[in-house]
Design a protein around this ligand. Structure first.
Ligand code: PEP
Ligand code: MN
Length: 367
């Protein structure tokens, strides 16, 4: 059962009254969740366990209660309540991640040299980008491939980002140790740069890792759809994160594994952006780099990868995670699909242009 409070209601008082009604032996657990919407924040009190005997009306009459619903839906925390259009979104380290704007997280697949990352951050800074991506722990298909510089690079990576006024970097984590190393590095650097923990496609059902990033609530999570998982399985994985208390989550589409996607690296699944937005309140990100996986040009002169960005944005995605490298030939990982800093102005203009088209389209009267 979910009890939604009125905006501004006294949550502590409501919790106390509900606990009184439940009594000591109810076997029903009460959990409080706060969702930051674009305009208001909403407090929900979830009653978990055997709620069959409880009457909604007993809670509906309490001061500060807006509505009480029995949940049958699968995505208890992240699911979109029927009839609502607002997405959850959140603010982290001065950056807003929600569906009222498009955020571009551009950067290297993997951190390699200080010179490369400095050049990358300088390019972002030149164009006023506050968000980036930088792989530190790289999960590779072969154990003999470059595995990332690991925690050793975190102090200077954060310092460099601070110098460029980049506020948030997406960094993939593979286990709890990585999360702890990132927490310590942020605390030690104390330079105002934050990290968004990226759950890679290979860990989309690593439930212990999902629970761990959900238990810590300081860093938000960018969850990548499992490469061979249905939308339902991937959304349930996000619920694992949220159910531990962290609902600062972004859902990222990155293509699914299928030979039918060839010659792209994966089958581009951005047609399902509206599905995720309908089923949940999560902001949706697209990763064209790992979806398309090459820089081949279409006859109109645009790489398929850029076309994929447009396909995601026109479908309502509000974030783009995309690989760049200042010298792709020298990249330790995924140079073949990395754009260069000289492409950044075009990308940003293209993103703004498609977003404008999306906003115009949704403002049209529908039949
Ligand atoms: C990445 O974004 O660096 C990455 C490895 O992506 P994915 O987990 O989608 O393969
Ligand atoms: Mn990559």
């Amino acid at each position: 059962m979910i009890i939604t409070l009125e905006p501004g209601a006294n949550a502590e008082q409501a919790v106390a009254r509900i606990e009184q009604i439940l009594g000591d032996e109810s076997g029903v657990e009460l959990r409080k969740y706060t969702f930051e919407g674009a305009a208001t924040s909403v407090v929900e009190l979830h009653l978990i366990g055997n709620t069959g005997e409880l009457r909604e009306s007993a809670f509906a009459v309490l001061r500060g209660v807006h509505k009480v619903v029995r949940v049958s839906k699968k995505y208890r925390l992240l699911g979109r309540p029927t009839g609502t259009t607002e997405s959850v979104g959140f603010e982290y380290n001065g950056v807003h991640f929600d569906d009222t704007r498009v955020t571009v997280m551009a950067g290297q697949c993997a951190v390699d040299t200080r010179e490369h990352t400095a050049a990358m951050f300088a390019a972002l800074s030149e164009h006023g980008l506050k968000t980036s991506r930088m792989g530190v722990y790289k999960p590779r298909t072969s154990p003999y491939d470059f595995q990332g510089l690991g925690k050793a690079c975190l102090p200077w990576l954060l310092e460099q980002a601070a110098e460029a006024d980049v506020r948030v970097i997406a960094v993939e984590v593979g286990d709890e140790r990585h999360v702890e190393e990132i927490h310590s590095a942020i605390n030690e650097a104390d330079c105002g740069v934050g990290v968004m923990l990226q759950i890679g496609t290979r860990n989309a059902q690593n439930f212990e890792l999902l629970k761990h990033v959900g238990r810590q609530q300081t860093l938000p999570v960018l969850f990548k759809r499992g490469m061979g998982l249905t939308i339902e399985e991937s959304l349930n994985a996000c619920e694992y994160i949220a159910s531990e208390g962290n609902s600062k989550i972004i859902f990222c589409m990155r293509g699914v594994k299928s030979s039918l996607g060839a010659p792209h690296r994966n089958f581009v699944d951005f047609g399902q952006v509206p599905v995720v937005r309908r089923l949940t309140r999560l902001p949706v990100c697209i990763d064209p780099s790992h979806s398309v996986g090459n820089l081949d040009l279409a006859p109109d002169g645009l790489p398929d990868l850029i076309h994929a960005v447009g396909q995601g944005l026109i479908a309502g995605a509000s974030m783009v995670l995309i690989e760049f490298h200042p010298d792709p030939v020298r990249a330790c990982c995924d140079g073949h699909q990395s754009l260069e800093p000289r492409h950044l102005p075009f990308l940003l203009e293209y993103v703004a242009c498609v977003r404008r088209a999306y906003e115009e389209v949704i403002a049209l009267p529908t039949p």
